[in-house]
Design a protein around this ligand. Sequence first.
Ligand SMILES: Nc1ncnc2c1ncn2[C@@H]1O[C@H](COP(=O)(O)OP(=O)(O)OP(=O)(O)O)[C@@H](O)[C@H]1O
Ligand SMILES: [Mg+2]
Length: 220
Amino acid sequence: MSDLGHNSANADYPGFFLTVEGGEGAGKTTSIEFISTWLKERNIDFIQTREPGGTPFAERIRELLLAPGDEKVADMTELLLMFAARAQHIESVIKPALAAGKLVLSDRFTDASFAYQGAGRGLSLKALSTLESLVQGELRPDMTLLLDLPVEVGMARASGRGELDRIEQEKTDFFVRVRQGYLARADDEPQRFEIVDASQSIENVQVAIAEVLGKRVNHG
Ligand SMILES: Nc1ncnc2c1ncn2[C@@H]1O[C@H](COP(=O)(O)OP(=O)(O)OP(=O)(O)O)[C@@H](O)[C@H]1O
Ligand SMILES: [Mg+2]
């Protein structure tokens, strides 16, 4: 089994857990396509997944979470559903892939809960940390790519996409808190995070991503 540069405490999961985070329209999906090409070119065995979701059951929870509706969804309900979906995703997809030595590339993970449900909704970060430990044990991403950009720029990019989901319908100040939440999290764990200025052109964002991947992911 090749060593991809795994740095988490848990030796049971020798793969490499790479998460991509950022606000609406930051370029996560675009960057994940680029990363997946980068990995294929280097014959790195990987799976691509996303949150909330990533398994059929967790995707059903995603639909519940994102569907707009008349009933106000309580913040705590939203948080617990996020972690319920995550528990399923971890047990049935992430852990088996990491145990097999694969790289797991996920569009969002727990940092999104800290940013959206914590900083955005105002739920206690202590409660979030408790859930994180409960659901994940020792499992943490080996590297998190944070695509950071001003909220207006991201919203303008995302606005071309038609109907907004329930969370996307929040106001600008919510997304400003989300951005601050992500940056605070990166500040707390600088060894795990790589922040890329996502307001740059796609080409320059990709140059920056290739540089951090080259540095962080062992590719033979
Ligand atoms: N660096 C960039 N410069 C200009 N446009 C970009 C850049 N990166 C992505 N885009 C465009 O912005 C839009 C949103 O990008 P993308 O879907 O990758 O963002 P996202 O972070 O996945 O959004 P969401 O949070 O809604 O899933 C797309 O139309 C994409 O082509
Ligand atoms: Mg996306």
